[in-house]
Design a protein around this ligand. Structure first.
Ligand code: GDP
Length: 365
């Protein structure tokens, strides 16, 4: 479940963003609601300049990035929780993901229909988020029925029922599960684990603008930023159309293109990096002659668990990890230099792996 779901009303730029993400340049982005019917999954490399820097020292045959999954979740419209549009089927796809990238239309274009009429980011957000909360209300009310029956003979069910009812009132007031006061309650955690509340996901707003909007925040972007500040979410501005063109370019061309546009970093890259962080993920590196590679782990993993993403045997037979910090690896120009300078540490089973550690595992087979 460690993926990112892209949601938003029709014609806000979800498919365009998704196409850019997957570099699927021939996929269609039609001016037509419900055009993306199948939920699409993409495995997207996480941009990381450190890999290039390591490769300059090691000269490997190849470089491998960390990746995250993006899922294109189309078909969300007003009434989706009641089965409107492509409705409930799509809501269930959101359950599977941990982070939601909510695309919001912040550009005007007479030729591109807005399903709700004019451009209004806050109204659009409310429509989508209301559907998510209503879907949660539906699920929770079924659960409350079951708990009510069980509560007659089961004390534990009575505890759960109390929390479920409080949450029901919260959601019914159109407040998202993410702001429920009693979130630390183990009963809430158990309910969330079972029902995977849609309104409990970490949200990143993607402000889709036109070219002018890239240079200067238009009023739609400003409104979105104010809203996001209130609810504590990130806003990342991008022009999906330009991102889609840019993914076809070589790295240098893309850099020039960005400079011409007057922006420092591609919005798409920012989205990927932010999503990675919000998923609670970090990378450690291995740096050998064959490949320089980033390995994806969860923040807080200890060395043996981190080793398991390379191979299960690495965890089972774990002895020690040789660790060189990324900066030390660079300063000492590689492993042997780091060893000579005393910058290589031998760490044991309790070592908490840090983002950017260059690792080499010693293990028994
Ligand atoms: P979806 O329905 O949310 O997946 O939206 P699409 O990605 O299919 O985009 C709908 C229409 O808006 C398409 O014609 C896109 O080319 C256009 N579009 C997407 N992003 C932008 C943008 O940043 N600026 C402008 N002007 N048009 C865009």
């Amino acid at each position: 479940g460690l993926g990112v779901g892209i949601v938003g009303l029709p014609n806000v730029g979800k498919s365009t963003t998704f196409n850019a993400l997957t570099k699927a340049q021939n996929a269609e982005a039609a001016n037509y609601p419900f055009c993306t019917i199948e939920p699409n999954k993409a495995i997207v490399p996480v941009p990381d300049k450190r890999l290039g820097a390591l490769a300059k020292i090691v000269n490997p045959e190849r470089i491998q990035h960390s990746t995250i999954d993006f899922v294109d979740i189309a078909g969300l419209v007003r009434g989706a929780s009641k089965g409107e549009g492509l409705g409930n089927q799509f809501l269930s796809n959101i359950r599977e993901v941990e982070v939601v990238l909510h695309m919001v239309r912040c550009f005007e274009d007479e030729n591109i229909t807005h399903v709700e009429g004019g451009i209004d980011p806050i109204r659009d957000i409310e429509i989508i988020e209301t559907e998510l909360m209503l879907a949660d209300v539906q699920q929770l009310s079924k659960k409350i029925d079951r708990l009510t029956r069980m509560a007659k003979s089961d004390k534990d069910a009575r505890g759960a029922l109390e929390v479920a009812q409080a949450l029901f009132h919260h959601l019914d007031d159109l407040q998202p599960a993410s702001t429920f006061a009693d979130r630390e309650n183990p009963y809430f955690e158990a309910l969330n684990k079972e029902l995977r509340f849609l309104s409990n996901k970490t949200v990143i707003y993607g402000a889709n603008v036109d070219e002018d909007g890239l240079l200067e925040d238009n009023m739609y972007v400003q409104a979105l930023q104010n809203h996001a500040a209130r609810v504590g979410a990130d806003v990342i501005k991008l022009c999906a159309k330009i991102e889609e063109e840019m993914v076809a370019l070589e790295e240098e061309e893309a850099a020039e293109f960005l400079q011409e546009l007057g922006i420092e970093e591609s919005g798409l890259e920012k989205i990927i990096r932010t999503a990675f962080e919000k998923l609670g993920l970090i990378s450690y590196f291995t740096a050998g002659a064959k490949e320089v590679r980033a390995w994806t782990i969860e923040r807080g993993w200890k060395a043996p668990k981190a080793a398991s993403v390379i191979h299960n045997d690495f965890e089972k037979g774990f002895i020690k990890a040789e660790v060189i910090g990324y900066e030390d690896f660079l300063t000492c120009k590689g492993e042997s230099g780091a060893k000579e300078a005393g910058k290589m540490r031998l760490e044991g089973k309790e070592y908490l792996v840090k983002d950017g550690d260059v690792m080499h595992f010693r293990f028994n087979v």
